[in-house]
Design a protein around this ligand. Structure first.
Ligand SMILES: [Zn+2]
Ligand SMILES: [Zn+2]
Length: 390
């Protein structure tokens, strides 16, 4: 059976001719699955920079833009409104997909990437992004956007930001980040996992209920690869030392950019902060993958959660604007692929970055990649240190 563009039940994705999947013979230029829009990776022909064309994302509701009476799919009791859960921290004997959970992991209902698209032979060869090139035309390299896009519901309570959550809840959320990375690393088919959190409308979030997201990719994004190359070069030229471990000690000694410190981590305003209020939280223990902290000290996650939550409290106190909820992004840097035996084994140091969503990226930034930061990082750190926490 051949489907065409007009039948409505089948939605269009990438353009591969003569691909057969199950009983479907795909029409030339169509690549389609029932009730699923298949996203595409497209690659800039010169730089190799990837983008994800994800038409299905346009369908997702935005409860900030149009608040509705539709129940929140992330609240306890509404588990039936999400796809079935993949993992959860639950009370003993509470069955999956019902109440009794603390943190819940589900597939994203409006995924940017999907695991169930065909793995093209070219995709299994090596880590070079060129392996994704399936089109002979130089200017049109692309691939079905195979990946995982999952949502971590941080708490069963309908709260928005980390400061509405308890330290214990934040600790469980961070532990779930680590568990996700451990699981996906073990699958050994994804080259990069990005875990991130958007809080508030200005951060890009579409649902207010506190949640984080995970996207696993079958290739290493070029900015991450560049950073890994530089970290490897640093290690080679500095007697095998980790750049971030050295940086953390240096920042501790200088003190001027330090926001706060806990037993296991240091919060600091980066020397070359791109954004006002940008803060990095660097663990004092070196771990390339955040999942490795699951094997470490039992109180690591509680300690990190306390420092993270208090840092957000400080940022809220300094940067909140009148009548505007404080919005921010949290980004986890972590090497999520097991590189044992390669030069890149253990070169990354996992850490968190908090970016307040205060300004839009403007023309100069788009044109040059240079950010104009209106706040001196040392002065910001001083203000953040001075906040008296409740
Ligand atoms: Zn909710
Ligand atoms: Zn390190």
């Amino acid at each position: 059976m051949t489907y065409d563009l007009t039948d409505g039940d089948f939605l269009i994705g990438s353009g591969y001719s003569k691909i057969e999947h199950g009983s479907c013979t795909l029409a030339p230029h169509l690549f389609r699955f029932p009730l699923l829009i298949v996203s595409q990776y497209r690659f800039h022909p010169l730089t190799g920079q990837a983008v994800i064309i994800a038409e299905s994302r346009a369908e997702r509701p935005n409860q900030f833009a149009t608040p509705s009476s539709v129940p929140c799919p992330f609240c306890e009791g509404n588990e039936h409104l999400t796809p079935p859960e993949i993992d959860a921290f639950r009370e003993e004997q509470s069955p999956p997909n019902g109440p009794g959970w603390h943190v819940r992991l589900v597939p994203n209902k409006y995924p940017a990437v999907t695991p169930d698209v065909p793995s093209l032979p070219e995709e299994t060869k090596d880590g070079n992004p060129n392996f994704l090139r399936v089109d002979q035309s130089f200017s049109q390299s692309r691939s079905p956007a195979r990946g995982r896009h999952e949502v971590i519901v941080d708490t069963p309570r309908h709260v928005v930001g980390l400061t509405d959550m308890t330290d214990g809840e934040v600790a469980k959320m961070l532990k779930m980040y680590a568990r996700c990375l451990q699981r996906i690393r073990a699958e050994n088919q994804w080259r990069h996992v990005q875990i991130f959190k958007n809080v508030g409308a200005a951060s890009g979030a579409s649902l207010p209920h506190a949640h984080s997201q995970l996207i696993a990719l079958p290739f290493t994004p070029s900015p991450f690869q560049r950073m890994a190359n530089q970290a490897l070069e640093y290690k080679r030229t500095h007697a095998g030392e980790c750049f971030w471990c050295v940086l953390r000690k240096q920042e501790q000694e200088q003190g001027v950019r330090v926001v706060a410190e806990s037993e296991y981590a240091l919060a600091l305003c980066p020397y070359a902060s791109r954004f006002a209020g940008e803060v990095e939280i660097l663990p004092k223990i070196h771990a390339a993958c955040f999942s490795l902290f699951l094997n470490g000290d039992a109180d690591f996650f509680d300690d990190l959660a306390g420092l993270l939550r208090k840092t957000i409290q400080r940022l809220e106190a300094v940067f909140s604007q009148k009548n505007k909820p404080f919005s921010y992004n949290i980004v986890l840097t972590s090497d999520s692929f097991d590189r044992t035996g390669s030069d890149f084994d253990n070169v990354i140091h996992s850490y968190l970055t908090i970016i307040p969503a205060l300004d839009r990226t403007a023309g100069f930034e788009w044109g040059t990649g240079l950010h104009i930061n209106p706040a001196l990082p040392e002065a910001t750190a001083e203000k953040l240190r001075a906040v008296i926490l409740q």
